[in-house]
Design a protein around this ligand. Sequence first.
Ligand SMILES: [Zn+2]
Length: 469
Amino acid sequence: MTHIPFSKRSGFRTLRLSGLMALLLVLSSFSVKAQFDSTEVAVIKQLYTAALSSQQGYKWLKELTDAGPRLTGSPQATEAVKRFALIAEKHGFKTRLQRVKVPVWTRGEQETAYFMAGLENTPMNICALGGSIATPENGLEAEVVEITNFNQLDLLDLKGKIAFFNIPMNPAFISTFSAYGGAVKQRWAGAIEASKRGAIGVICRSLSSSINPYPHTGSMTYRGAEVKIPSAAISTLDAENLSAALKAEKVKVNFKMQCAWQDSAYSYNLIAELPGTEKPEEIIVIGGHIDSWDLGTGAHDDGAGCMHALEAAYLLKQQNLLPKRTLRVVFFMNEEFGLSGAREYAEQAEKANEKHVLAIESDAGGFSPRGISISAEDETLEQIKNLRELLEPYGIHQFGKGGGGADINQIKGENVVKIGLRPDSQRYFEIHHSALDVLDQVNAREMELGSGTLAAVIYILDKYDWVGY
Ligand SMILES: [Zn+2]
């Protein structure tokens, strides 16, 4: 400890200071003792050590991503749920599949696009946004109008044009999730706003925090629109090039896509339980979403989150630290296309009168965890913040008020404490919803720290009853 050298010094002033420091140390160590004892410090260490040594979650993630993308409604998505039901069962979980109705949208052949400036055609990397209609067979071609701010919309003539939303994610935000939130409207509602003003198609700048050649997909909506127009995203690099060309002259864009809505289908949520040792009727749920976008293999979004959940529960079981309450791992189906899995789960839970006291979600990637966001009553929130003392050695220092996640937010009941894992967000939106979201982008140790953190959070919150009621 760093205070020891000071206490060896002589002199009145130093003695007084060291006396004060000693008092502070006694007080602070007393408050640590009042809160957590050395057993807990050791247990937390044990959980992280097991995660980092066995890397079971990362191995599972490899198995998941090796099988390809898991677009909602695709056979691969359902296959993944079934495969992990068997894996969970083999590892001692009580497992079941919960049927969920899901929308089915298919991308068709790889999309193409180019812009025409002067005599030159410049190809662009483009992808259809999830839920878009196709272009005509030979592509959609028209003059393009750039929009850099939603306030400009009424000042621009979009009739018969292709609207080009070019609104970058704000680089000044430290949390890239905030930057994403500030720019996502162009993707989600760009088609509605543009078609209202006569546009015949939309291309938007990919929601990427860096300039790169990869287009990023994501969901869009036609809700409330009288006319549906094809809607796509181009890479940030192409958005920069197109914008530069538009400064010099009029530019036409041609893009071609074959995406289409199909009849809806049935798939499943995976539910895997470890019954509680003392209060089995109280439920702690931990989960992520098993569906992914189709351009990569959903390694970060949200393969890592699902494996965090399964591994955290498995670590507790393996280390003989089973919670008092029932610990339920859920892989939610269809987060990306409207949360039907999470809604079904919440509805069934309500019908069965289940008592959820704590819900935890990991859906922000498999990067080094920095903290958790907490949604709870003030008193419980303050209690949970005490975790900082135990988890700071593992780099976990952010304990703020905030939402748990889109899937667990569907769970009803005012007294459910909701928690979201908050990994470092700096690189997440470079890969999010793009072809870059593959296993190579996940560092095994960073991911395992997430599993260790969630296991530790569950262990302490369950033991100290820092949950809802
Ligand atoms: Zn996600």
